[in-house]
Design a protein around this ligand. Structure first.
Ligand SMILES: [Zn+2]
Length: 288
């Protein structure tokens, strides 16, 4: 793996069943990944498994030695805007677990979806609840802990955050906490209605994002093409260049000032071969 940091390290979400280091990092090596993202729990469940201390240490040491920024993606079920109390309680436990495990493996950030206002409640009520439960979690984080990176969705249902400006009320609800950052998913933002194509589409979208969240808050990019057209509100990732976004916006993405030193992680289909091809394609777009 590379020891020299590029402007935008390019890597992938990697499977870790069987060992965070022994499986996850060897997969990353096969892709020539410069950054990695992992799950530390079943993404579709509420379990909060303990890690394996030896795998944790090996993972952390290898990432540090190879200057590989690592990220954790928290489970999908987490929704701090839910009107169901049991879901909120489990969401807090699950997210606290991902943050704790993130620290144990040396992750720079833990990505969590922004959630939705279920049960017909207003966004304002749901955001008040987000504040009540998320602010204490943010306050628990020290300098050495990962940042909490909120990821907007494709805008399905009563999503709390899908357009760039939706991050405004979310940041406000969390007092723009210093440990708060943003993970921008290109498929989600496109599906939510921001056209990244055309000569200025990507830069305009990033400008809008920075107008809302300020400089230095964009910490990670999920680089995914979209199987659906702009504004479709569907979350179906495609391989880079094979969807409705196309290659050019990814090239443009890596030239905007807001993405300086921000890693790109792919979450695309096609298994290991598909991932290797996407990582290679993004590096080519970056390096010219
Ligand atoms: Zn994503």
């Amino acid at each position: 793996m590379s020891t020299q940091q590029s402007r935008n390290p390019v890597g992938s979400h990697v499977p870790v069943a069987g060992g965070l280091a022994s499986v996850g990092l060897s997969y990353a090596r096969d892709l020539a990944a410069e950054t990695v993202q992992v799950f530390v729990a079943n993404p579709r469940g509420w379990a909060t498994p303990q890690g394996n201390p030896r795998q944790d240490e090996e993972f952390r040491a290898a990432c540090a030695a190879g200057s590989i920024p690592a990220y954790v993606h928290a489970p999908y079920l987490i929704n701090l805007g839910s009107h169901t109390e049991a879901t909120v309680v489990r969401s807090v436990e699950s997210l606290r677990h991902s943050l704790r495990r993130g620290r144990a493996i040396g992750a720079r950030g833990v990505v969590v979806h922004t959630g939705s206002a279920t049960g017909g409640r207003t966004r304002a009520v749901a955001l008040k609840q987000v504040r009540e439960h998320l602010l204490p979690l943010l306050d628990e984080l020290t300098h050495d802990d990962p940042d909490l990176l909120i990821e907007s969705t494709a805008g399905q249902g009563a999503s709390l955050c899908s357009r760039t400006w939706d991050f405004g009320p979310y940041f406000e609800a969390l007092d723009a906490h210093p440990k708060l950052g943003v993970c921008l998913d290109t498929c989600h933002i496109f599906a939510a209605g921001h056209d990244l194509t055309g000569p200025a589409g990507t830069h305009q979208t990033l400008d809008l994002l920075v107008d809302t969240i300020g400089e230095g808050r964009l910490k990670l990019i999920h680089a995914n093409d979209s199987q659906d057209v702009v504004g479709a509100h569907k979350d179906r990732h495609a391989n880079i260049g094979a969807g409705h976004i196309g290659e050019d916006p990814f090239r443009a993405l890596m030239t905007h000032p807001a993405t300086e030193n921000v890693p790109l992680i792919i979450e695309t289909p096609g298994g290991k071969e598909g991932h290797a091809a996407d990582v290679e394609r993004l590096k080519k777009l970056r390096d010219g």
